[in-house]
Design a protein around this ligand. Structure first.
Ligand code: ADP
Ligand code: FRU
Length: 330
């Protein structure tokens, strides 16, 4: 897919963030501390939010690229091979001479629908703004960041904003960010993106108990002055806010439009919940896929919930491809 995009000179979606090796154990019942158990199955899977979102973008047919850190070794070889299986462009990977490729022990428990993650990712340097300066921005129509290192990521976003300033609206790169971890230092990124995905964990930590109240309460943190397509088409030319999106597991997801209208989609629960690991990354990718292809926010939100709900009904991501025609028919 990436090759096809290169041949056609089609602009891609770049996701910047974590890639790791997920060692996933599927269990009947969540283990008791200090017990010794046999799991139902175990597998290796390429993980990390930005990396998972690339998987889903690729499965949905959006040409995409990943930028993150890896350190050569067996885990990295597995990861690189998997990126290539998905035709995800990894030419901007930051290969680190020292450190360890991040890895996670993940326990997926279908009987409760939980996914428990123990991540080790502090032993490798993250992508820096200097790495990002080497990226040819003209190859991209959308750049998505998984919030991790706000000092570096702010510099990257500012570079894109400067690049955008000289371009007509249709050629500007859309900047999105996912603020998933409830860490105060990440909240500075709210005001630098056109589209912000905020998690229920962050919403709760900031004192909101529903997606709607989070959208209302967090809108003031967004950047103003984003000229939405809608306002242009309306001929109002008004200064608009960025878009804010908040997914809330079984409750679906809500969003506030550039002019503050609140939107909602219910969740689409599968017949049987099997694997919720990466549901949020799937949701983000499906929303970005739609918005980057010119769909309106309500359609993107509903599609995000549909694809993420469907993903919870099987292990991993492969089956998204099989279900795609049913997902896009509606
Ligand atoms: P994360 O994986 O980041 O914790 P969420 O739990 O908020 O993300 O889920 C993201 C989206 O995935 C939700 O908006 C919803 O559409 C879908 N989803 C998650 N869990 C379920 C579930 N149990 N049933 C149906 N849809 C779900
Ligand atoms: C899923 C995921 C896993 C990874 C963990 C990192 O959202 O990206 O693939 O192990 O979260 O926090």
């Amino acid at each position: 897919m990436a090759q096809r995009a290169d041949e056609k000179n089609e602009k891609k979606i770049l996701c910047v963030g974590l890639v790791c090796l997920d060692i996933i154990s599927v269990v009947d019942e969540f283990p008791r501390e200090d017990s010794d158990n046999r799991c139902v199955s175990q597998r290796w899977q390429r993980g990390g939010n930005a990396s998972n979102s690339c998987t889903v973008l690729s499965l949905l047919g959006s040409p995409c690229a990943f930028m993150g850190s890896l350190c050569a070794g067996p885990a990295a070889s597995f990861i690189v091979e998997d990126f290539s299986r998905r035709a995800i462009d990894i030419s901007r990977l930051a290969w680190q001479p020292t450190g360890q490729t991040p890895s996670a022990c993940c326990v997926v428990c279908p009987s409760s629908g939980s996914r428990t993650v123990l991540l080790a990712d502090t032993n490798i340097p993250d992508v820096t703004s200097e790495d990002f300066n080497a990226v040819d921005l003209s190859a991209f129509k959308w750049i998505h960041w998984e919030a991790r290192d706000p000092d570096q990521q702010l510099k990257m976003m500012r570079r894109v904003a400067r690049y955008n300033a000289a371009l007509p609206r249709q050629q500007k790169i859309t900047i999105s960010v996912e603020i998933e971890k409830p860490r105060e230092n990440l909240y500075r990124l709210f005001s630098h993106a056109d589209v912000v995905f905020v998690s229920k964990d962050v919403a709760r930590q900031l004192g909101f108990n529903s997606p709607r109240s989070a959208l209302r309460g967090l809108r003031g943190r967004l950047k103003a002055g984003f000229e939405s397509q809608k306002s242009q088409e309306d001929g109002r030319g008004a200064i608009q806010h960025a878009v804010l999106i908040c997914a809330w597991a079984e409750k679906g997801a809500d969003a506030s439009d550039a002019d503050g209208t609140l939107l909602h989609s219910d969740a689409f629960p599968p017949e049987c919940v099997l694997d919720t690991l990466g549901a949020g990354d799937t949701f983000n990718a499906a929303v970005i896929h739609k918005l980057a292809n010119g769909c309106d926010l309500q359609d993107a939100l509903t599609f995000g919930c549909r694809v993420a709900g469907c993903k919870c009904g099987f292990h991993g991501y492969d089956a998204i491809a099989e279900k795609l025609s049913a997902l896009t028919r509606v």
